[in-house]
Design a protein around this ligand. Structure first.
Ligand code: PLP
Length: 286
């Protein structure tokens, strides 16, 4: 595997950073994961723009233009072609290594820029009789109030993911203190009721997922499935016909069991199949 580190390409196992790096000491950084299928990216510019916005939000200087980021990441994928058809690219920009461990943002410290590529699974079959369903548990969202920033400080997400994983589930569904759905520990969430797709509003309680954006925009453009962004209560989740989660690595995952109970009739839904078909034919346009 060939990695990119601070302007150089090198074998991943040879990449080294300082233990004083603020990404290591504080989780002080921004990251992205971008999927490439057969060499074609999904949502590359939206991912790059979200990263640039995240860096600005936490005042890390970004010296690489959006076009140069694109060239860099496409180049990294080309250099890793031997790893397979489908690759994910992990990109990470931390505030860099300071001489002292001090909370305030240091001046005159160069950010650490790191990226590597890794094999990812083939997309799910769009046929709902052949796709793999997911089980979830739900729990109160105990992360911070800036979930819209794609921070490398993921302990809150990791602890929530582990709760589901330890219970034999593929994801953990999160709700706020008011009993409203937020998102999964590493994904956005959707319910389907009476044929309509409903997903929580994009605010500071959720990550503005690129897959979420592609789903909403492609469904709206195609026009046969209604999509609504609004507050979703956990009571509505428990009464839903279908439940899905989305992310760059999961695409749209159908959830058929929540807290040990079937979602809807307990089978992968018809709306999932239709929506996943629409998403799959549009995803490379983003
Ligand atoms: N929400 C959280 C907390 C995530 O970590 C992720 C992605 O990893 C997502 C949502 C989905 O975002 P995207 O579709 O951009 O991968």
């Amino acid at each position: 595997s060939i990695a990119y580190l601070n302007g150089e390409y090198l074998p991943l196992e040879e990449a080294r950073i300082s233990p004083l790096d603020r990404g290591f000491l504080f989780g002080d950084g921004i990251y992205e994961v971008i999927p490439y299928y057969g060499g074609k990216s999904v949502g590359l510019m939206p991912h790059i723009n979200r990263m640039i916005n995240g860096l600005a939000a936490i005042e890390i200087q970004n010296t690489i233009s959006a076009d140069d980021w694109k060239a860099l990441l496409d180049d990294l994928v080309a250099r890793n072609a031997s790893q397979g058809e489908n690759l994910g690219v992990y990109v990470h920009v931390s505030r860099g290594a300071d001489v002292k461990r001090f909370h305030a943002y240091p001046e005159d410290v160069a950010p650490t820029v790191f990226a590597f590529a890794f094999p990812i699974k083939d997309p799910q079959p769009v046929d709902r009789t052949k796709a793999t369903p997911m089980s979830m548990i739900s729990t109160e969202d105990l992360r911070w109030q800036r979930c819209h920033i794609k921070s490398t400080a993921l302990l809150g997400n990791v602890m929530h993911f582990q709760q589901g994983y330890a219970a034999g589930c593929g994801e953990t569904l999160l709700f706020n203190a008011k009993g409203e759905l937020t998102e999964g520990s590493s994904s956005n969430a959707y319910i389907v009721k009476d044929g309509k797709v409903i997903t929580p509003i994009q605010d500071n309680q959720i990550l503005p997922g690129i897959t979420r954006r592609i789903i909403i925009d492609s469904l709206k453009a195609e026009g046969s499935i209604e999509v609504e962004e609004r507050i979703v209560t956990m009571d509505e989740v428990r009464e839903a016909d279908e439940l899905w989660v989305s992310s760059s690595s999961k695409e749209i995952a159908p959830v058929t069991s929540l807290d040990g109970k079937p979602v809807g009739n307990g089978e992968i839904g018809e709306v999932w199949e239709k929506a996943f078909k629409i998403y799959s034919s549009a995803k490379f346009d983003f």
